[in-house]
Design a binder for this molecule. Structure first.
Ligand code: GTP
Ligand code: MG
Length: 335
C-alpha cells in the first residue's frame, strides 16, 4: 500500500512538470543575445589591447555560467599579471578610453567593495561592469558552467529557484538575502545529495584542471563530457526536484549545526569550520561554503531578520508545492 501511495504522490507531482518546463524555457536567453555579448566583448578586447597589450578579458557571472536570464547585464574581468598596478588608476584610464570610444553611461567606481568601471554599449544596448583581477570569480564561473553540462536538471532547477528568489525578493544581498551565486551552489549541492546522485562532486575526483589564484589552489575534474550519463539512474523530474529542494530548505536542513559544501559534496558541521559563533559581521545563520575560498560563507550577509524572511519563504514555497493545485502560478507570485 505504501508503494502504491508513493506512486500516487509521484504522479500527482509530475503533473506539474509541463508548466515548470514552460517557465524554464521562457527564461533561457535567445541565441542572438549571446551573439551580441560576443560582439561587445570583441570591441572591449580591442580597446583594452591598445592600452594594455598583455591584459586578458574574461566573462564571469551569469552571462558565462549558463544560469543567466535574458537581458542581463554582463560582468567582465580584466586580468593583468603585473605586481604594481593601481586598480583605481587603471579603472580611471579605462573609463577615459571607453568614453573616447563612444560608450555611454561610463563611470569608474573606484571605492566600491569590488571596484569597477561601468558602461553601456549603444550598439547592442548591453550594460557591463568591468573589474580588475577578480580571477576567482572567473574560475568559479567555470565550475558552475561545467556542473551545468553534466545534467540538464541542474539548469532547470536553478532557473526555477532564481526566478522564485527574484519574484519573492529574496535575491538581494544588500537586504540580507542570498546572491544568485549562493542559490546555484545550493542547487548543485542538493543534486549531489540525491540518492542516486544526479551530480558528482567534481572537486573530489582526479583533477584535470588546476590553477592557482591568489594563493588558492583551484582544481577539479573538468572533462565533464565523460560524465553526461552520470545522473541517468535517477529519474526524478523537475517538479519533483523543485518540491524536494524547497522541502529540504523548509524542513530538512539543520540550520543550527550544518554547512552545505559543494566542494566535498556533503554536509559539514559548523564546528569543524569554526562557524559556530558570530565573528565581526559574519553570523553564519545559514551556511553555504564557497567551493574555492573555503573560509568564505555565502550566507554571511544573512542577519537575524533576513533569516526569518528566508525561512518563511522556503516554507511558503514548500507548502505551495505540497498543497496548491497550480503551484507554478502561486510560487512566482510577486512579493
Ligand atoms: P544574476 O546577475 O542575479 O543573474 O546572477 P549572477 O550569476 O551574475 O550572480 P551574482 O551577481 O550573484 O554573482 C556574480 C559572480 O560573482 C558569481 O558568478 C561569482 O563568480 C562571483 N562571486 C564570487 N564570490 C561571490 C560572493 O561572495 N557573492 C557574490 N554575489 N558573487 C560572488
Ligand atoms: Mg550578475
Amino acid at each position: 500500500r505504501m508503494v502504491k501511495r508513493n506512486m500516487a504522490c509521484r504522479n500527482d507531482i509530475r503533473r506539474h512538470d509541463a508548466p515548470f518546463m514552460a517557465v524554464y524555457k521562457s527564461l533561457i536567453p535567445a541565441e542572438e543575445e549571446l551573439e551580441k555579448q560576443k560582439q561587445l566583448m570583441a570591441r572591449l578586447e580591442n580597446l583594452v589591447a591598445k592600452e594594455w597589450p598583455h591584459a586578458k578579458l574574461y566573462l564571469y557571472g551569469s552571462c558565462a555560467n549558463s544560469f543567466g536570464f535574458p537581458k542581463s547585464d554582463i560582468d567582465v574581468c580584466l586580468a593583468i599579471e603585473d605586481d604594481d598596478i593601481n586598480k583605481a588608476d587603471m579603472l580611471l584610464k579605462l573609463a577615459e578610453n571607453l568614453e573616447a570610444d563612444n560608450f555611454q553611461n561610463v563611470q569608474a567606481l573606484t571605492r566600491a567593495r569590488v571596484p569597477i568601471a561601468k558602461l553601456m554599449d549603444p550598439v547592442t544596448g548591453i550594460s557591463c561592469d568591468i573589474c580588475i583581477n577578480n580571477v576567482l570569480a572567473v574560475v568559479n564561473t567555470k565550475l558552475l558552467r561545467d556542473y551545468a553540462r553534466i545534467d540538464v536538471r541542474l539548469r532547470q532547477l536553478a532557473f526555477i529557484v532564481k526566478h522564485w528568489a527574484k519574484s519573492r525578493r529574496v535575491n538581494e544581498t544588500y537586504q540580507g538575502t542570498l546572491s544568485s551565486y549562493a542559490y546555484v551552489l545550493m542547487c548543485i549541492h542538493f543534486l549531489q545529495m540525491r540518492r542516486p546522485p544526479i551530480l558528482p562532486c567534481l572537486q573530489e575526483m582526479e583533477p584535470t584542471y588546476s590553477v592557482r589564484v591568489d594563493n588558492i589552489r583551484c582544481s577539479y575534474f573538468d572533462s565533464v563530457d565523460r560524465l553526461v550519463n552520470f545522473g541517468s539512474s535517477n529519474r526524478e523530474t523537475i517538479a519533483e526536484l523543485v518540491w524536494g529542494f524547497f522541502n529540504y530548505w523548509a524542513y530538512g536542513h539543520d540550520y543550527a549545526n550544518t554547512v552545505v559544501s559543494v566542494r566535498t559534496g556533503s554536509i559539514l558541521g559548523k564546528r569543524e569550520k569554526d562557524w559556530t559563533r558570530r565573528v565581526g559581521n559574519d553570523r553564519h545563520l545559514i551556511c553555504i561554503e564557497d567551493p574555492f575560498e573555503t573560509s568564505h560563507d555565502l550566507g554571511r550577509v544573512v542577519d537575524k531578520f533576513s533569516i526569518r524572511v528566508l525561512r518563511e519563504e522556503f516554507e511558503r514555497a514548500a507548502k505551495i508545492m505540497h498543497q496548491d493545485p497550480n503551484p507554478c502560478a502561486k510560487l512566482f507570485e510577486p512579493y
